[in-house]
Design a protein around this ligand. Structure first.
Ligand code: DGY
Length: 323
């Protein structure tokens, strides 16, 4: 008998999986503790997991019958891909379908930070709105401003496309320069990280979390940014050093930030970041539209089924397992 483990309720029809296997769905709102995963994994042929599950080398080694790991997210920094590959286990993910939703949220945060929307809402609700004032809650213009994109992958490109409509100058940086035809179509210019930091009015992060990008934004980077700059992070929390971010916002080294991801997640209610007026924090909802989450679940299920049947995963992180 084939056994599947799904680490949370997805709110989607599982009949295609139930026709193939017994399906164990973790029903709590919180993710299964690591010890529970350790107990369950030896009996599982296929795993559908989320970015909140730590799928490390030890767990992968314990999964003696594991044929496929399918993650319902595009990012997979919670999974030890090398360990899965070493065991010949394909890992699936959900690229593409969440690009627009995440780019939309990036823009929502960017504009909310630039125009101080959340502060304005708090101001109104607390009864402070007494009259129209020439200097009340002044923010920053988008038109004519410079947008710096860190990582011009799918989501970075979708953010750049939206920036064209705002008449911005668009810079990007990354490990490699992109195709000149793509640069021309998006109206973007490749620059090194230091120049992007020093000249951008808005900086938005769209790079995966890896040992190279861990705390990519720390004190030195904030020192290079303009005092009027706004930082947006809808990628992974640990790309930004939270203590350095606190110092930069508290000392007005930069003007504002808006982050959908934190380090750790969820943010501790004791974090001093929560006291800052010039910081907006949302709870990792970049891909949280009804349609997008349905598409992500469908892709994750398609990957899982392919893996169980021994077929190539449609969206595979480690295709070298098929070599
Ligand atoms: C991802 O897919 O990696 C996002 O962070 C959640 O949708």
């Amino acid at each position: 008998m084939t056994h599947l483990l799904i680490t949370r309720q997805l709110g989607t029809d599982l009949s295609s999986l139930e026709a193939l296997a017994t399906v164990d769905v973790w029903a709590d709102r919180q993710p299964p503790p690591y010890e529970i995963l350790q107990q369950k994994i030896p009996h599982v042929d296929g795993l559908l997991c989320l970015l909140t599950d730590r799928i490390d080398q030890a767990l992968i080694h314990t999964g003696r019958s594991l044929k496929v790991i399918s993650q319902m997210a595009v990012g997979y920094d919670n999974i030890d891909i090398a360990a899965a590959t070493a065991r010949g286990i394909p890992v699936g993910h959900t690229p593409g379908v969440l690009t627009n939703a995440t780019a939309d949220l990036t823009w929502a945060l960017l504009m909310a930070a630039a125009r101080r929307i959340v502060e304005g809402d708090r101001f109104t609700r607390s009864g402070q709105w007494q009259t129209w004032e020439p200097n009340l809650l002044l923010g920053a213009d988008m038109a004519g401003a410079t947008l710096g994109i860190v990582g011009l992958g799918r989501i970075g490109q979708a953010v750049a496309r939206r920036a064209q409509g705002f008449e911005m100058q668009i810079l990007y940086t990354g490990r490699h320069r992109g195709d000149p035809a793509l640069e021309q179509a998006l109206g973007v210019e490749f620059v090194d990280f230091d120049r992007l930091l020093a000249t951008s009015d808005f900086i938005t992060i769209h790079t995966p979390l890896s040992p190279e990008t861990h705390h990519l934004f720390s004190d030195r980077q904030f020192e290079q940014m303009q005092s009027t700059a706004v930082l947006i992070n809808t990628a992974r929390g640990a790309i930004v050093d939270p203590e350095a971010l606190y110092r930069a916002l508290q000392n007005h080294q930069i003007a504002a930030a808006a982050i959908d991801v934190t380090d750790p997640e969820p943010i501790s209610m004791a974090s001093p970041l929560l006291e800052l007026e010039n910081l907006i924090i949302t709870p990792h909802i970049g891909s949280a539209s009804v349609q997008t989450r349905q598409k992500m679940a469908a892709m994750a299920i398609a990957n899982l089924i392919a893996g169980l049947k021994g077929e190539r995963l449609p969206y595979c992180v480690n295709p070298e397992v098929y070599a």
